[in-house]
Design a protein around this ligand. Sequence first.
Ligand code: GN1
Ligand code: MG
Length: 369
Amino acid sequence: MEKQEILHDVLKKFRLPGPATLPAPYGNGLVNRSYVFSCRTSGRDERFLLQEINTCVFREPVRVMDNILMISRHIENRRNRKDSRERNGYLIPELVQAADGNYYIQDDKNRYWRIYRFVEHSRVLNEITHPDQAFEAAAMFGKFLRELAGLDPQLIHVTIPGFHDLSLRFAQLEQALKRDPSGRKTSCRKETEKAMACRNLEKEFISLVHEGRLTLRITHNDTKINNVLLDEHTGRGLCVIDLDTVMPSTVLSDFGDMMRTFVPSASEEEADTGKIMFRLPVFESMAGGFLSECGKLLTSAEKEYLVFGGKIMTLMQAIRFLTDYLNGDIYYTTERPGQNLQRARNQLKVLELFTEQEQVMQNLIRSML
Ligand code: GN1
Ligand code: MG
């Protein structure tokens, strides 16, 4: 079947408000495929986002959707209890129901699809260009954490076991080195050595997370800068997107991935590591925005380790890119050979900068409390 026919058949199974246009590819996520289309309803066009869930990554798509529904309902209930003036804004996007009552469909080839209402008048950033953007985006992720604090993390399914488990990520790297399925081991010896030299961080991480010194929360777990939408006119935070990895974890995951993607002056795709600078004003705004929303919620142990979270998440991402390079680029989408190795180098450089600036960041956080 032609792609367009497949997409057309999928759309028929959802409760859409009118006839739909042909879906066109959209966005640049590394995992799921997205398409945008619109429906004509009483004279105006309404846009929607169709997504095919990557079942190689999300092996239990129904549980992923269960999680998204659970948090959506929790947020919706809280909204309804609030004063109507506070109900503006989305926080998370709205799912469209399928004809069978579910919020996804499974097609005859075992592919899973879902549709979100498009968040209009919004803007995605791939890089932060002004500290105010960092404040707004971080405040949204802080709000997300706070909104979900009243929902029991035990109710949320672990859809990718060990997702932010540093020991597991090191073990996967070791396994890839041992098997070396693409014969790439020698071409990344320097990067491997650098990553392995950070094993000392693992012990501290284990003692913190696995021994329960940090509160288990429902976290987003993919708080990259391009997973939050800002208002295209005002620049205010509008909506948190990409909810697939919502799982129980610690605040280190969310603060850490923000720090990894907000603070460096270039994105994880930058090939020239010389262009990656540390930006203290961005860090300051980011931390300020995040704490303005959830500072009261966090324990002093959680606040003490926020910066450590940034180092851990950056190291983990370096290891994940490196492992995928060794495995022959089977997890992350790539456009050219060597791209995952280049991403790993980029992340190792970011980690170096974070290590140099650790004390400065730590002092700044303490001064905010
Ligand atoms: C993936 O789906 P996307 O592109 O937002 C990955 C994240 C990584 C990120 C690196 C399920 O996120 O964990 O941090 O790439 N998601 C999954 O860009 O593995
Ligand atoms: Mg994601």
